[in-house]
Design a protein around this ligand. Structure first.
Ligand SMILES: [Mg+2]
Length: 398
């Protein structure tokens, strides 16, 4: 079997461009992968196209070899766009391997340890204020609206959620954030400290969720890269009474994060911003966090599994970052099925209304759990004619 063609599709995912890779072969087997990146989709697609030059004519079953060959080719572009492009290709190669061997990918990774995966409803409320019409869901612009979405969480039997410091209209300490959500997340022009207004806003949001959801449903909050040492510590301590599933705070400094973790009883999670086992290693060696969240659209199946195994050695749980496309949910599910340190998987419940239309086999979700699939490959193909109905127009979000 030989690789004959590598294609990309950039598809409207409402608030991010789903970026898919399709690898065709000289047999009737094709593979699908995901390399969704919210800001650089055209650049990643162009890099996939460039990498295809070293893949055409090669055996698709040699994914480990292809990873290292692509890494060598991109040696001066390590991480970022290059590794995301490599990851989309890598997952598509694993899909091909599974189909060729008539086996689910999870079977090839060691065999499943569980039949279903606990999901958390991510971005819970976060995207509703701006995108509720496109997502076909209720608006969430006021603090009282949290009660409505909390009831949806309970009705759908999710066991956990993740939200953000929501910028609501009538909150007591409304943050002085008038720029885009994007800037808010990344802390552009921010000292990394937290203001009184932001702190009180966070407490209002989380306490409202906790009261509405009760003590049994896990609540996490994601602050991305916004807060540095002092800001993250203040926030973690202020949220201690609400027994968070975790506080998510990103940094590239393992000592800094270790200091945050040591300062609080709040569980600390991070790692979506790291690429490859090499970048995770110092954070694991210093036990800087309770939970790691690697992203498999950005590390592939090949390196993603290695990161999970490395984390297990350091007694660290895995809750993969997964706010991209339905294909990445499937890719994640194949790894999560087989790793002993799996905790919970991110899931975008308020997703594009056409999500299931593009899949030959949509998800089976029951009571907040994703059933592990039993099909050869990653678990579903994509339907090209449906993808083409929803082209991403660059720049139509943020
Ligand atoms: Mg995050």
């Amino acid at each position: 079997m030989k690789i004959t063609k590598v294609k990309t599709f950039i598809v409207d995912g409402v608030f991010r461009p789903w970026t898919f890779v399709k690898i065709e072969t000289n047999s009737d087997i094709v593979g699908w992968g995901d390399c969704t990146d919210w800001q650089a989709a055209p650049s990643i697609a162009a890099t996939v196209d460039q990498l295809s030059e070293i893949l055409i004519g090669k055996n698709p079953m040699s994914s480990e070899s292809h990873w290292w060959e692509m890494g060598a080719f991109m040696v001066r572009q390590r991480g970022g766009i290059a590794y995301k492009a490599m990851s989309g290709i890598d997952s598509a190669l694993w899909d091909i391997r599974g189909k060729r061997l008539n086996s689910p990918v999870w079977q090839l990774l060691g065999g499943k340890m569980r039949d279903k995966l606990k999901l958390y409803w991510s971005h819970c409320g976060t995207d509703r204020k701006k995108y509720h019409k496109k997502l076909n869901v209720k608006n969430l612009s006021k603090i009282d609206d949290i009660n409505d979405i909390a009831q949806e969480v309970i009705d759908q039997k999710f066991k956990a959620i993740k939200t953000n410091i929501l910028n609501l209209d009538n909150i007591s300490g409304k943050p002085k954030i008038t720029d885009t959500l994007h800037k808010n997340y990344l802390g552009v022009g921010n000292s990394g400290q937290i203001s009184f207004e932001e702190l009180s806003n966070a407490v209002d949001v989380i306490s409202t969720f906790r009261e509405a959801l009760g003590p049994q449903i896990g609540i996490a909050i994601d602050t991305a890269l916004k807060y540095r040492l002092g800001g993250a510590i203040k926030l973690a301590k202020a949220l201690e009474p609400y027994d968070l599933m975790w506080l998510e705070t990103e940094t590239w400094n393992p000592d800094s994060l270790r200091t945050v973790r040591n300062s609080t009883s709040t569980t600390i999670c991070h790692g979506e911003s790291l690429i490859g086992p090499e970048e995770y290693r110092p954070f694991l060696e210093k036990q800087s966090q309770d939970i790691l969240m690697p992203d498999f659209a950005w590390n592939g199946i090949t390196m993603g599994k290695k990161i999970c195994d490395l984390s297990h050695i350091y007694d660290t749980a895995i809750a993969p970052h997964n706010c991209h496309s339905p294909i990445n949910t499937l890719i994640s599910s194949n790894i999560c099925a087989v790793i002993p340190n799996f905790m919970i998987l991110e899931f975008i419940n308020d997703d594009a209304p056409w999500r299931d239309d593009i899949m030959t086999h949509p998800f089976e979700i029951e009571d907040g759990f994703l059933k592990i699939h039993n099909r050869p490959g990653i678990g579903s193909d994509l339907i090209e004619s449906e993808l083409l109905k929803h082209p991403w127009i660059n720049g139509n979000n943020w």
